[in-house]
Write a new protein. Structure first.
Length: 457
C-alpha cells in the first residue's frame, strides 16, 4: 500500500531536514528519507567534525606561542588523537539524537533506506512506495575517487575522519578548500605535510590574493607545497609506506597516508532519476532554476546536488525558502545567491564574500573598479618568533565605490566576516566603512581605516 504525504524529502542532511521542518511548521505532512545517519555530510563527515579538528589544531598553534608570552609548557605538548576522536564522535552522536528528536517534535516521518523514483510522484524504499505532489532531492555529495592505479592505498575526507591515530608523513592531493583545511590541521598538530597542487596556488576559485597568501603562509609554517604536479599512481611498499608518482616522473616517497581532496560529486546515481524524467548533467548535477525547480514540475533539488554553492547555510536557506513558497503562501520566496559569505578554515583562516577582483573587472571594467589592500602583522604575533601576516582586500565599483568584494586572510577573519557581509549585502559603500569608528586594537579595524587605493591591472 502506498503512503501519501504532502512533501517527501530525499536526504536527511541539514538542507533536507530544514526543508521538512519548515514545511511541517506550515502544516504540511512530511517525510524525510535517509539511507545513512541523519545530519548528512555536515554533521557526520564535514563541517562539525572538521571545525572541531580545526579547534584542536588551533589550540596547538596557540600552545606553540606560549613561550613567546612567557608561559613554560612541556615541549612539545602531547596530543592524544584517539581520545580526541572519541570525544568528537560522542558530540556527533549527540547531534544525531537532536535531529531525531526534531523530526519527532514536528511529526515528520523518518524513513530509513535508499530511495528510488518509480515515477515523477512516487519513490520506493525497501519495497514500500511513498507518494507526494512535492518531492525534494537533497542527497548531498560524496568525495571523488577516480580510477587510478593504487587508489585503494589512499583515503578521502571521509577516511580522514575515520583515522584512529595521527599519520606522521602525509600527502594531501588537491588545493581546494578541503585540501587546504586538512593540510593545515595536520601540520598544526605535528604531521609532516606535503600539499600537492595541480596549479601554482591553492584556492584557485577564490580571489587570487587569497591563494597567494595561503601559499606563502603555509610555506612559512613548514608545509611542503608541490606546485604544478598531478598524482598519477600510488604504490605501497612491503613496509606499508606509500610512494606517490606524479606526471613528469617525480615521486614523493615514504608516505604513511595519502589523502585525496580533488573534488566532490553529487550523490544522485542511485535515485533512478530517469523514471521521474529528471535531467542531470554529465557529472550527475541536477540543474535547477532560481526557485530550485528541476525540469519536472513538483520535483526540486537543493544543496550540493544542484551545482550551486555547496555550503550548509546555502542548503538550509534554500530549503526554507522553498518550503515557504510551497506551503507558506510566499509565492516569490527564493534564495538570493549573489552575496554568499564563505570561510576556509585554513591556518590562519580565509574569509570571502562577493566578487573577486578579476570578476569585478570582467563585469564592470577596470576603470570602474577601485581596490583597497593592506598587509600587516597582527598584534597577536607582535611578541612571537613566527609572525603570520594578515591580508585584507576590498573591491569597490563606480563613483560611489560600492563594496562588491571583501577578501581576508588572518587570525579571526572567520568571525569578523559575518558583520561585514551584512553591510555588503545592504549595499555599503567605501564611505560607509570610512565613517564607521574603528575598534582598537583589533585586526578588523583595518577594514574601516583603509585610505589609499592601489592600481588595478
Amino acid at each position: 500500500m502506498t503512503q501519501t504525504f504532502d512533501l517527501l524529502v530525499i536526504g536527511g542532511g541539514s538542507g533536507g531536514i530544514a526543508t521538512a521542518v519548515q514545511a511541517a511548521q506550515y502544516g504540511a505532512k512530511c517525510a524525510v528519507i535517509e539511507m545513512q545517519q541523519l545530519g548528512g555530510t555536515c554533521v557526520n563527515l564535514g563541517c562539525v567534525p572538521k571545525k572541531m579538528m580545526w579547534y584542536a589544531s588551533h589550540i596547538a598553534e596557540w600552545l606553540g606561542k606560549a613561550e613567546d608570552y612567557a608561559f613554560h609548557l612541556p615541549h612539545p605538548p602531547s596530543f592524544d588523537w584517539s581520545q580526541f576522536v572519541n570525544r568528537r564522535q560522542q558530540y556527533i552522536e549527540h547531534l544525531r539524537t537532536i535531529y531525531t528528536k526534531r523530526l519527532g517534535t514536528h511529526r515528520i516521518h523518518h524513513i530509513t533506506g535508499q530511495a528510488q523514483f518509480s515515477d515523477h510522484r512516487t519513490v520506493v524504499v525497501s519495497g514500500q512506495s511513498y507518494t507526494a505532489p512535492h518531492i525534494v532531492i537533497a542527497t548531498g555529495s560524496e568525495p571523488l575517487m577516480p580510477a587510478m592505479p593504487g587508489i585503494e592505498h589512499t583515503i578521502n575526507s571521509d577516511g580522514f575522519f575515520a583515522l584512529t591515530k595521527q599519520p606522521n608523513n602525509v600527502v594531501v592531493v588537491g588545493g581546494g578548500y578541503i585540501g587546504v583545511e586538512l593540510a593545515g590541521m595536520l601540520n598544526a598538530l605535528g604531521s609532516r605535510v606535503h600539499l600537492l597542487l595541480r596549479h601554482g596556488n591553492p584556492l584557485s576559485r577564490f580571489d587570487p590574493m587569497l591563494g597567494r597568501c595561503v601559499y606563502e603562509l603555509y610555506q612559512q609554517q613548514g608545509i611542503h607545497l608541490v606546485c604544478d604536479h598531478q598524482a598519477t599512481e600510488f604504490h605501497k611498499t612491503d613496509q606499508g609506506l606509500i610512494t606517490v608518482h606524479c606526471a613528469g616522473g617525480d615521486c614523493i616517497t615514504d608516505i604513511d597516508c595519502v589523502l585525496l581532496a580533488i573534488g566532490r560529486k553529487p550523490r544522485t546515481q542511485a535515485l533512478n532519476l530517469s523514471a521521474a524524467g529528471v535531467s542531470t548533467d554529465e557529472r550527475g548535477v541536477i540543474p535547477t532554476d532560481a526557485y530550485e525547480n528541476t525540469n519536472v514540475s513538483g520535483i526540486y533539488a537543493i544543496g550540493d546536488v544542484n551545482g550551486k554553492p555547496a555550503l550548509t547555510p546555502v542548503a538550509i536557506a534554500a530549503g526554507r525558502h522553498l518550503a515557504a513558497r510551497l506551503f507558506g503562501n510566499q509565492t516569490d520566496a527564493h534564495l538570493n545567491y549573489d552575496w554568499i559569505p564563505t570561510v576556509v578554515f585554513s591556518h590562519p583562516p580565509v574569509g570571502s564574500v562577493g566578487l573577486s577582483e578579476p570578476r569585478a573587472i570582467e563585469l564592470f571594467g577596470a576603470d570602474q573598479v577601485t581596490v583597497y589592500e593592506t598587509q600587516f602583522t597582527p598584534l597577536m604575533d607582535a611578541l612571537c618568533s613566527q609572525k603570520l601576516s594578515t591580508h585584507m582586500k576590498l573591491v569597490t565599483t563606480g563613483d560611489k565605490q560600492k563594496v562588491v568584494g571583501c577578501h581576508l586572510v588572518g587570525y579571526g577573519v572567520d568571525e569578523m566576516l559575518q558583520g561585514f557581509a551584512v553591510a555588503i549585502q545592504m549595499g555599503a559603500c567605501k564611505s560607509d566603512f570610512d565613517q564607521t569608528l574603528a575598534i582598537h586594537p583589533t585586526s578588523a579595524e583595518e577594514l574601516v581605516t583603509l585610505k589609499k587605493p592601489r592600481e588595478v591591472s
